[in-house]
Design a binder for this molecule. Structure first.
Ligand SMILES: [Zn+2]
Length: 179
């Protein structure tokens, strides 16, 4: 088991655009394992590789409720290939912005194309929580955070709070970003 440190706002690496995965080799599989270990430990329902400092286009997710069996899902090189015109508003949070939640409007349904761990191309139609979560995670792969979708006033306020906490060495979350 390898639980890795999660990058916390305002760590600049969270703004990197992640690189597509070429070959799904043992290093990729090990990274996916670490991502699940880190995500379950946090605990969180979704994680992008860049959140543990790896700029690769990989997302892990598990939307199972507490009393349900685990439903681990891996999306490699995920891309939105279709979005609905109607929007849904969900309250979002992020392991890289701990203990901060805000409502975000996103397309209510999306079609996502991705590779599974065997390198097989797949497509899913997502709505509800899955649609919100996959859009949130694909944003991470492009250096976008959910606070980019809220008002500038609220965004500036939360960035200021986390920047101050990092400077004081008292991160809001589990660990300060120090690079
Ligand atoms: Zn996030």
């Amino acid at each position: 088991m390898a639980v890795r440190d999660i990058l916390i706002l305002p760590d600049k690496r969270l703004r990197l655009e992640s690189e597509p995965v070429g070959k799904i080799d043992s290093a990729v599989r090990k990274l996916v394992e670490d991502m699940f270990d880190t995500m379950y430990e946090a605990p969180g329902i979704g994680l992008a590789a860049i959140q543990i400092g790896e700029p690769r286009r990989i997302v892990t997710m598990d939307l199972a409720k507490k009393d349900e069996p685990k439903q681990p899902q891996v999306f490699i090189n995920p891309e939105l290939v279709g979005t609905s015109g109607d929007k849904n508003i969900h309250e979002e949070g992020c392991l890289s912005i701990p203990e901060y939640y805000e409502e975000v409007a996103r397309p209510a349904a999306v079609k996502v194309r991705y590779l599974d761990l065997d390198g097989k191309q797949r497509e899913i139609d997502a709505d509800g929580l899955l649609a919100t979560c996959i859009q949130h995670e694909i944003d991470h792969l492009n250096g976008v955070l959910f606070i980019d979708h809220i008002s500038k006033l609220k965004r500036d306020r939360v960035i200021k709070k986390f920047t101050k906490a990092a400077k004081l060495g008292k991160p809001v979350g589990n660990r300060a970003a120090d690079e």
